[in-house]
Design a protein around this ligand. Structure first.
Ligand code: 5AD
Ligand code: SF4
Length: 492
């Protein structure tokens, strides 16, 4: 959507601010029209700043955390490009945004550390604007700290209002003080804003936002709010338009995709949504992330087994193998239920690749509990697993639970788990050696320019001789040798 006229705000000197404030007051209320109005305003402000600087202005968006954040960053980049900034990989840019994560404490600490560096860069560049957004900004104590000790930050916003980015940029450009806009929650979903996709041939697609599960260690429900599903029609429309644009693979995104559609006016299950999506002509592959074991239905397993477009990969977070710990985590499944679910999935889709998330050192975790986790890892034989040391998040029930595990014990368990997980994934990775598989070429090999790198439907990478013209196409590749976590191959 293009706003149909130029706004013409640029006058110089003191009058300018007043002028902008007036233009802000005249903005339409209806979305996304309102944001396109602010895009036009921002374009003129950026043009003016760029004239002053005597060069094109640049931006850099730094993403921390998960796939949802990566997708949000594409939306931020879409707006920044639309209003006239040029993309750069360097943090010495004119507009720097940190899209933050707060799932674990150390992610927060990294942001504070890097902000010090940004402050030094800003002192050298008077045009520089610094913005912070994402999950960490939804924590009131973070914003208090920023207000007190990081006054050089221009703009702070949260997870519920990123659609307002253009409007917030105009405010930040027009004002000399810190602009802060954080919402506690929202039921609003605004569609059809500019997006700058990282890849031409694959894309993430949000199907829902927020989480209602309140796992006792997790801060996500507090910072991402309650579950909101997008309307299936909007999702299908977005995918159709991506496919028209050359996208062949999509990743459906949500904190818990298995509970998609429960709160819609006309409820739809995730399996039903998938069935509609696989019918889209030209779309070759569908992935999704993340699945909660307690909500993974028989219906979904049947749909996965029936549709070749659905990738042979399921990320199924275990978190712990001990039923007692799972109960304290509020995961609402037992070790046995998890293992039965895995059996059912493997029966229906025999060569599926299974990956997982595991937390070590949850409060009260005993050696026996940890052994139960190792037992599940050995039984399921994951293709890969993300292993995390439990991180205490203030405000979650687990933060005040008794018997927090000592650092020494946690590290020792973590190392043992990692060793086991890596040994198994190395053994499992080799199981396709000698077979021929379909591969989506994602780019040139970074070390050897005679090779391209592609991804199989099970999410593993293959390097094989090829040229850049192949990027974005599907190829049949023989998997000649397995090199641990990837293959070397040749095109058939
Ligand atoms: N500490 C450690 N890991 C956590 N995760 C979520 N919250 C915490 C926490 N407080 C992990 C879970 C989740 C993944 C995205 O992050 O394993 O699945
Ligand atoms: Fe956090 Fe649990 Fe929701 Fe995942 S399902 S985002 S771990 S609360």
């Amino acid at each position: 959507m293009q706003y149909p006229f130029r706004i013409g705000i640029i006058t110089y000197g003191d009058e300018m601010k007043e002028n902008i404030l007036e233009m802000i007051n005249q903005a339409p209320l209806e979305e996304p029209k309102r944001q396109y109005y602010f895009c036009e305003l921002a374009k003129e402000l950026v043009e003016e700043k760029s004239r002053e600087a005597g060069r094109k202005l640049t931006f850099c968006v730094v993403t921390f955390g998960c796939q949802m954040n990566a997708r949000d960053s594409e939306k931020l980049e879409g707006i920044l490009e639309y209003i006239g900034y040029e993309k750069s990989e360097e943090e010495a840019s004119d507009f720097v945004i940190y899209n933050t994560c707060t799932v674990r404490e150390n992610a927060n600490l990294r942001v504070y550390g890097r902000l010090g560096n940004l402050n030094r860069l800003k002192r050298k560049n008077p045009h520089m604007m610094i913005g912070l957004c994402g999950c960490m900004m939804q924590e009131p104590q973070v914003v208090e700290k920023l207000k007190k000790s990081y006054r050089f930050v221009n703009l702070i916003f949260g997870t519920h209002n990123i659609y307002k980015f253009a409007e917030l940029i105009v405010q930040a450009l027009a004002e000399n003080s810190m602009v802060i806009d954080i919402w506690k929650d929202t039921d609003k979903i605004v569609e059809d804003l500019p997006v700058d996709r990282k890849y031409t041939f694959k894309s993430g697609v949000n199907i829902m936002f927020g989480c209602n599960n309140f796992c006792s260690y997790c801060i996500v429900p507090y910072v991402r709010g309650r579950e909101r599903s997008r309307n299936p029609r909007d999702i299908i429309r977005e995918i159709e338009s991506l496919v028209k644009d050359g996208v062949v693979e999509i990743m459906l995104l949500g904190q818990n995709v298995n509970s998609y559609g429960k709160n819609l006016e006309e409820p739809v299950t995730f399996a039903q949504l998938l069935q509609q999506i696989v019918k889209i002509e030209g779309l070759k592959r569908v992935r999704f992330m993340t699945s909660h074991p307690k909500d993974l239905s028989e219906e979904l397993i049947a749909v996965m087994a029936a549709h070749p477009k659905i990738c042979n990969h399921l990320h199924l977070p275990l978190q712990s193998g001990s039923t007692e710990i799972l109960q304290k985590m509020n995961r609402r499944y037992t070790k046995e239920q998890y293992l039965t679910l895995v059996d059912k999935i493997r029966k229906a889709v025999p060569d599926i690749s299974l990956t997982t998330d595991i937390i070590v050192g949850f409060p009260g975790e005993t050696e026996e509990d940890f052994e139960e986790t190792l037992d599940v890892v050995r039984k399921v034989r994951y293709d890969s697993a993300f292993t995390f040391i439990y991180s205490k998040r203030t405000g979650t029930p687990a933060a005040v639970m008794e018997h927090q595990v000592s650092e020494e014990v946690v590290h020792e368990r973590f190392d043992r788990l990692l060793k086991e997980v890596q040994k198994i994934s190395r053994e499992e990775a080799g199981r396709l050696e000698g077979t021929c598989q379909e591969v989506l070429v994602e780019g040139m090999n970074e070390q050897d320019e005679s090779l391209v790198t592609g991804r199989m439907t099970n999410n593993l990478l293959v390097h094989f001789p090829g040229t850049k013209e192949m990027i974005g196409t599907l190829r049949q590749v023989s998997l000649d040798t397995c090199k641990g976590f990837y293959y070397m191959g040749t095109e058939r």
